[in-house]
Design a protein around this ligand. Sequence first.
Ligand code: HEC
Ligand code: HEC
Ligand code: HEC
Ligand code: HEC
Ligand code: HEC
Length: 223
Amino acid sequence: MSLKSKQHNLFLFPRWMNAVRPYIAVGMLLAPIYAVALIYYAFSPTTTMARYMPEQPVPYSHALHAGDLGIDCRYCHNTVEYGAAAAIPPTQVCMNCHATIRATSEKLAVVRESFESGMPIPWVRVHDLPDFVFFNHSAHVNRGVGCRSCHGRIDRMDTVYQEERLSMGWCLGCHRDPDPNIRPVASITDMTWEAPGDAARFGAKLREEKQIQPSEDCSVCHR
Ligand code: HEC
Ligand code: HEC
Ligand code: HEC
Ligand code: HEC
Ligand code: HEC
């Protein structure tokens, strides 16, 4: 390699950088303003939809099935402990019972049609984070954060609605202070579970034992 090309390689920036340098300076001045604006929007309530309760194609009631009948959440949402998403059950799961229970009910007509045609029931999604946010159910429930901490008393809802704002501030609030929301993993789906004594103190003990430490790094939720 000649000395000349070696020297050339030592240059950190190509020569055309000189021409764009003033623009970079302006960009660097504006960047903090841009960041502040984004963070302001992230925390503003207008970007979230607490209490969103869409109408569903079947009058399926969690209050009846998960509440009165006491069917465990995982009977239907069976991926919640293993994956990022909690699966919505296929029609077959409903038919395990409704092939015989209320087999001719008008309220179950859409379920029977779906079963016969093989087309899934068009359930309307309730919770939906923006695509640039990474969320994982198993990472939470296997560390003892119960469904109720994030979804509220689903076992009392006839129609599911979104209980929490699902804003960045909400996520970070718990990541900073998870103690009141940590319970034994065996009770994650128990809607009526209460900590013996002070919830924060009980959770703190579990957190220390299991070295639970939720992160506040941007890259954990934005990858
Ligand atoms: C018998 C099956 C069944 C059981 C048991 C069940 N679910 Fe569901 N769940 C469904 C179906 C079907 C939907 C989609 C329709 C709807 O939103 O109501 C759903 C929807 C949901 C949603 C909203 C999903 C979305 O679109 O954002 C949440 C949250 C939820 N269930 C939590 C729970 C929790 C917590 C439990 C236990 C307390 C539970 N479910 C028990 C069948 C079930
Ligand atoms: C473990 C059994 C079981 C499963 C699984 C189950 N159900 Fe049910 N469902 C019942 C029982 C029991 C009733 C109450 C029947 C009664 O009131 O006599 C019921 C009632 C209903 C009703 C009201 C029917 C009427 O005529 O009032 C609807 C709608 C319904 N279920 C939808 C669903 C859907 C949708 C699924 C699947 C996501 C599902 N069920 C899964 C047991 C089950
Ligand atoms: C730490 C908070 C948190 C906990 C704990 C939690 N969820 Fe969720 N759940 C969410 C969020 C956030 C979404 C929306 C995810 C998205 O849009 O990607 C969601 C979505 C869902 C959905 C819709 C399908 C999906 O995965 O997007 C179902 C069903 C559901 N949760 C059921 C449950 C059940 C059952 C439990 C308990 C075993 C549970 N969740 C525990 C926060 C939580
Ligand atoms: C009620 C408390 C609570 C809420 C609300 C909550 N988290 Fe968490 N999160 C935790 C705990 C506890 C952990 C586990 C930390 C550990 O394992 O050390 C965790 C872990 C995580 C992880 C790490 C998963 C991995 O792969 O390591 C991600 C990502 C995450 N949370 C995203 C979110 C997002 C996004 C939201 C809001 C939509 C949210 N969390 C809301 C308590 C919460
Ligand atoms: C625990 C999870 C979590 C962490 C950590 C996190 N975010 Fe977020 N962030 C979210 C969620 C959830 C949203 C979506 C909020 C909404 O839709 O209202 C969001 C939205 C945003 C947005 C978009 C705002 C908008 O208007 O939609 C920006 C920008 C952002 N975050 C930047 C950051 C930066 C910078 C950091 C690190 C300092 C960070 N986030 C750390 C969960 C997280």
